[in-house]
Design a protein. Sequence first.
Length: 508
Amino acid sequence: MGYDERFDLRATVGEDDSLHDECGVFGVWAPGRDVARITYFGLHALQHRGQESAGIAVGNGRSVLVRKDRGLVSQVFTDADLSALNGKAAIGHVRYGTAGGGGFDAAQPHFSLIDDVTIALAHNGTLVNTTGVRRELVQMGVPFRSETDSEVACELIGYFTKKSGHLRVGIRHAMQMIEGGYAMVLLRENALYAFRDPNGIRPLVIGALGTEGWVVASETCALDIVGATFVRDVRPGEIVRISDGGILSEQGLEPRPEAQCIFEDVYFSRPDTVIRGRSIYSMRYEMGRQLAREAPVDADLVIGVPDSGMPPAEGYAAQTGIPFGEGLIKNRYVARTFIQPTQEMREMGVRMKLNALSDNVAGRRVVMVDDSIVRGTTSKQIVRMLKEAGATEVHVRINCPEVKWPCFYGIDTDVQRQLISANKSVEEVRDYIGADSLAFLSLEGLRRCVPECGYCDACYTGRYPVRIPEAFSAGKFLDGFAPTFPYDDGEEASVPPVEDVRMDAPRD
Ligand code: SF4
């Protein structure tokens, strides 16, 4: 294929071509328990949501201690580190950085000093309107350590808390100013807070740790690992406060039309996570069955691309009666590490992560089920690998619609020209990846397989639940693509100057 200027593949050759969630967050309130180790294991369960950095903050009644660094959870914390983090509450974070770059300073939790009180904040998501707020805070002399939107949120909360004298008032006023997708946990020396954007784009759940405490986490799989039981979701726009006084809830912002990220169900969340009473595994299995109804094909073997392509592949096989088997083996130990692969190894691309099982695929017509096609480079390499291993035909089936639109709410696909389906027809994509046939699950079919609720499906449809300011999206949409914002009045909301915001009183 010749280089197409509208479709920038060059930057991605040999690089990871999957979608990445930006982060996972965890929090625990459990006086008398080893909260640092509970958080450590909670973060282990959320490691799939981010592998660039990890951090834990502990509140011990007098102060907040933070330990964070680049690397996996197991690389960042030693046994001695955890033993030194004593307290009654903790929050934790794993990061795959997009907004604000990587490095130590972008690692979370961020912390801010409010007079003599330290707060620490961990954030999953992306804020779309913090550029002006950051500029204002800098002019007021607030020091920043990173370029991240999360640090802006932390400092904004600090600023409003100082002005009002109440942390919950500070959080509420910050929520009134920031826009985007966010699930945040915040810690001070004697209380844990959890709050979520008013559309509920990014997930956040509450669990009970017996009678001893409470846990909040991005996914229920992190409750399971620490022995907590699911209680409920943090509601869109809600602020939850947990302290010696118990658990308190206030509606920080009125909920807006619900817009839970549908990609959590398709790809990001772990299969054992439960959303609205249904496991992600069962939803993906149903997506495979629905895909088989919509796009059947005559073949000998159904395989999934590990890991998230496996449940829909099983569903596809069950629906068609074609045998399911393993065709690709994943090297589970290639993660982001400080040891950089050589250029020669980079050029091996996907082979560092996946290898074809030639015994199973040789001489067979294979259906390969995967969760998405982003740039198409990975699919192309996997199809070639299967053919080199002897597959006579490779039919690619994708358990979601074509990803045509960038995401601005916490996923790292914010430039439309890098999305192959925004640039090419299904037939052109098929030709590019070298498959014998290609089909995507329809949006209607996908909605049939997930619980009934309000979803964000903007990356398939261009219908964005939260307006993207033009300054934030400049250059990110291709000519001829006009996003729509069905939930607002067509006006870009202006952010009031931080200094002009008048503080209201605490609500209790
Ligand atoms: S645009 Fe796509 S990935 Fe982003 S929040 Fe919406 S559904 Fe999720």
